[in-house]
Design a binder for this molecule. Structure first.
Ligand code: HSE
Length: 422
């Protein structure tokens, strides 16, 4: 029998306990041993929890130091407290499973060093129930990874889908995602792109061995998207998705999270609701695509329990990020933001009067940015939004154009920009 301590009995923790109890037979058949949730560690013992037949404690030390605990599962959320627990568990020689993407976004290399050959697994940290860590670290390990492009946040995808398909208000869609248990405790992590950024950094480490922190990469959220952006997307057959993109270009890697317009016909454009989807392109395998529930208790717990089964079977996965010799570490640099190349969409709020469009097009012309599509949406008798899609240009150029356009007299506020992804 293998005994597990579960730190954090929230949405995912409850599901892990239930899966271990309710799928006991199949888990025993697959792992070779019975895996028992022996103790749950919670902050507030008075809070009602939908779990039975498990001891609960509010003492981290007690659970960690119990000799009969074989594996530690960390599902608490936050960074500092879980870091202490995971460090201590590994130092005590106990294998660890976590679904904590923020913890790994900041401390993955340090924890990999501490873990050494001890199993330290984290499948549930990226894209909930989709076995993307396994796929990238093991299934695709023969490949140079050309790119990773994914919808990595269920809450944002749920909100965008509701806004596009049902013309829902941003706030209503967010409240629904929260009620369904998809959102983070602080939903800014979801809608601001940070949750997707954390997940993308974990995938980027496995693909490229690159060691960068969330603050180092470009992260933009979906808060600024308006009804006119959605109208433009529909008019020109685009979907709007919050994308996480990691791409190798020469000796550099682009790592960025932002909302993007993508052609309706692309497979990833059809990934709706809370679902996540990730495309990984390897130099030998070509494109591979992964799809599934990226949030929610059971989906994430499915990945956590799979890690437990793997550990009990002695399927060692060390080193946790997949590089025994850091071949590419230190060689690959993060691409500078200004050097990123893309097509761009701009929404420009203007006084609706003669000559405005000419002034705006002059800015584009001077910077050698070519316009691909244009639409005007009136707001009232006096003002309108001019919606523009450009051909490919460098981010440096579009940022210059935005500042110049913002300074034009008839322009009423800083233009809103989204990238158009191929
Ligand atoms: N809040 C996350 C999401 C949950 O919406 O995708 C999974 O990490």
């Amino acid at each position: 029998m293998v005994k597990v301590a579960i730190f954090g009995v929230g949405t995912v923790g409850e599901s892990v306990i239930k899966i271990l109890q309710e799928n006991r037979e199949i888990i025993k058949a697959r792992s070779g041993k019975e895996i028992v949730p022996a103790i749950g560690v919670v902050k507030n013992l008075n809070k009602k929890r939908a779990v039975n037949n498990i001891e609960l404690t509010d003492s981290y030390e007690e659970a960690l130091n119990r000799n009969d605990i074989d594996i530690v599962v960390e599902l608490m959320g936050g960074v500092e407290e879980p870091l202490k627990i995971v460090r201590n568990a590994l130092k005590l020689g106990k294998p660890v499973v976590t679904a904590n993407k923020a913890l790994l976004a900041y401390h993955r290399y340090e924890l990999q060093d501490i873990a050494g050959d001890l199993p330290f697994e984290y499948e549930g940290s990226v894209a909930g129930g989709i076995p993307i860590i396994n796929a990238l670290r093991d299934g695709l390990s023969a490949n140079h990874i050309k790119s990773i492009k994914g919808i990595l946040n269920g809450t944002s995808n749920y909100i965008l889908t509701k806004m596009i398909r049902e013309n829902a208000e941003f706030k209503t869609a967010l409240a629904e995602a929260q009620a369904l248990g998809y959102a983070e405790a602080d939903p800014t992590f979801d809608i601001g792109g940070f949750d997707a950024g954390h997940k993308l950094l974990i995938l980027s480490s496995i693909a490229y061995g690159i060691d960068v922190k969330p603050e180092d990469i470009l992260i933009e959220g979906i808060e600024g998207i308006s009804a006119h952006d959605i109208a433009f997307a529909k008019e020109f057959n685009f979907a709007i998705k919050l994308l996480g993109i990691a791409k190798k270009v020469g000796d550099e890697v682009e790592i960025r999270v932002h909302p993007a317009l993508i052609r309706d016909s692309e497979m990833i454009a059809k990934i709706d609701g809370v679902m996540n989807g990730i495309s990984v392109v390897g130099d030998r395998v070509g494109e591979t695509l992964y799809y599934g529930a990226g949030a929610g208790g059971d989906a994430t717990a499915s990945a956590v329990v799979a890690n437990l089964i793997d550990i009990v079977r002695h399927n060692k996965k060390s080193p946790m990020l997949g590089f025994k010799h850091p071949l590419e570490v230190g060689k690959l640099k993060l691409k500078e933001r200004g050097d990123i190349e893309s097509k761009y969409y701009l929404r420009i709020h203007v006084h609706d009067r003669a000559g405005v469009l000419a002034e705006i097009s002059r800015v584009f012309g001077d910077l050698n940015i070519s316009i691909e599509a244009l639409l005007q949406k009136n707001i009232d008798g006096n003002s309108a939004n001019i919606l523009i899609a450009t051909h490919q240009t460098k981010e440096r150029n579009i940022l210059k154009a935005i500042s110049k356009i913002e300074a034009l007299q008839p322009v009423l506020s800083r233009p809103y920009m989204m990238r158009i992804e191929k």
